[in-house]
Design a protein around this ligand. Structure first.
Ligand code: SF4
Ligand code: SF4
Length: 394
């Protein structure tokens, strides 16, 4: 028989390690000062808002699908608030005769946890420098002090009350679950409950699962299942006991993946495929070119007509790059421009002119293309443009 408590504590440890590792390995991190979003190793710039939005929506959809299928299993098994609250309660119990030591350990843990939390938004090495310098003047330093204080208050006072008072996910779950969602329920058709209330005493949320499987406080942790199994096992009653996980409130075992869940999982798979295809085909070097029409054209002393253009280049990779420009469909024109070098993670803006001999164009507007090629990736881009010549040239 599964020991849900032991399983849950193992999953808690894994989740805690993942929570610590995510920002340090850039798996998921929003670097606010540098305006970057890190997503599974991809470094997205803020000007790639479309992909960032796509990635955020994917994460939200993942939570929605998990909630429809597995109910509040996220709360009981994966949520850092739950994991750390239970750890604080266990530590307090262990140090119940040494209260000052408990608060000292909690204070040190709060500094560490606040550091990890802010590392999701500020580069960790930069943050460590600020912490060692006890920076209380910059926004990151003040945020660190405030988050440390809130963390301390959270895990010394609020703890699991947060789940039933402040967390919106618990309320959202009520709207997402349906008759096939996984839940914890009590069934006792044989009236074998001995009213020991161990399930109530062991419930971290302090509720009685026998009242209803749909209580908003219930995080589907399964602790009450272990409690009932333990008590009835000691009394040599048939096991499993009176409380169990079930897909919906019906007692008969059934295949939980109905048409709704199959569709949701298919959409999630399509979403993931589209997102990672987009991420893997995105260009490391962003190239943008636009005409500068503050003046339509300039007649040079050399007898040529000049049009001005602007460029923005961004190297989103970790390697040096360069961009080479060339022209197409504009005979006789010239573009005097060397390849533009780009350091890793840097962007540059600039302008350049394209010239063409005066009187060489029959029309006011000539359509042509500016082509770019990146080094070393050899990714080519084409930008349709127009060249404007004076009407007298007709
Ligand atoms: S632990 Fe089991 S037997 Fe005891 S009160 Fe709860 S449901 Fe009844
Ligand atoms: S009722 Fe059972 S499953 Fe729900 S929170 Fe309490 S112990 Fe966990």
């Amino acid at each position: 028989m599964v020991n849900w408590h032991r399983l849950r504590k193992r999953i808690h440890l894994i989740c805690f390690l993942i929570f610590l590792a995510l920002p340090f390995f850039n798996v998921i991190r929003f670097d606010i000062p540098r305006q970057r979003f890190y997503f599974f190793g991809y470094e997205l710039w803020i000007n790639e808002f479309g992909i960032i939005f796509f990635a955020m929506m994917f994460l939200m959809f993942l939570i929605v699908v998990a909630s429809v299928v597995l109910g509040r299993v996220y709360c009981g098994y994966l949520c850092p608030q739950m994991i750390l609250s239970e750890a604080a309660i266990a530590l307090e119990h262990r140090l119940r005769r040494h209260k000052p030591l408990f608060y000292a350990v909690l204070a040190a843990a709060s500094v560490f946890l606040a550091f990890v939390f802010i590392a999701y938004f500020v580069e960790p090495r930069d943050l460590a420098r600020r912490l060692l310098a006890i920076d209380l003047r910059t926004a990151a330093g003040i945020s660190g002090a405030v988050v440390t204080l809130l963390t301390f208050l959270d895990f010394s006072v609020l703890r699991l009350r947060f789940c039933t008072t402040a967390c919106p996910y618990g309320y959202l779950q009520g709207m997402l679950s349906d008759g096939n969602t996984l839940l914890v329920q009590y069934r006792d058709e044989g009236h074998t409950c001995i009213e020991c209330k161990k399930c109530v005493r062991d419930c971290p949320m302090g509720i009685d699962i026998r009242s209803s499987p749909f209580q908003i406080e219930c995080v589907h942790c399964g602790e009450c299942i272990d409690s009932c199994n333990t008590i009835l096992g000691r009394l040599k009653r048939p096991l499993p006991g009176l409380i169990h996980y079930s897909w919906g409130v019906e007692d008969k075992p059934r295949f939980p993946f109905d048409a709704k869940r199959v569709v949701l999982l298919l959409v999630l798979a399509l979403y993931a495929t589209g997102l990672f295809a987009t991420l893997s085909t995105r260009h490391a070097v962003l190239v943008r070119i636009s005409p500068d029409r503050s003046t339509l054209y300039r007649a040079g002393a050399d007898g040529r007509i000049y049009n001005k253009f602007r460029y923005t280049l961004a190297n989103r990779s970790h390697k040096p790059a360069a961009v080479v420009f060339s022209l197409d469909h504009l005979p006789g024109a010239s573009l005097a421009m060397d390849p533009v070098s780009l350091k890793p993670g840097r962007s540059v803006e600039g302008e350049f002119e394209i010239s063409s001999p005066a009187g060489s164009r029959g029309d006011l507007v000539t359509h042509f293309e500016i082509r770019t090629s990146t080094i070393p990736e050899q990714v080519a881009d084409t930008f349709p443009m127009t060249f404007i010549s004076p009407t007298e040239a007709k």
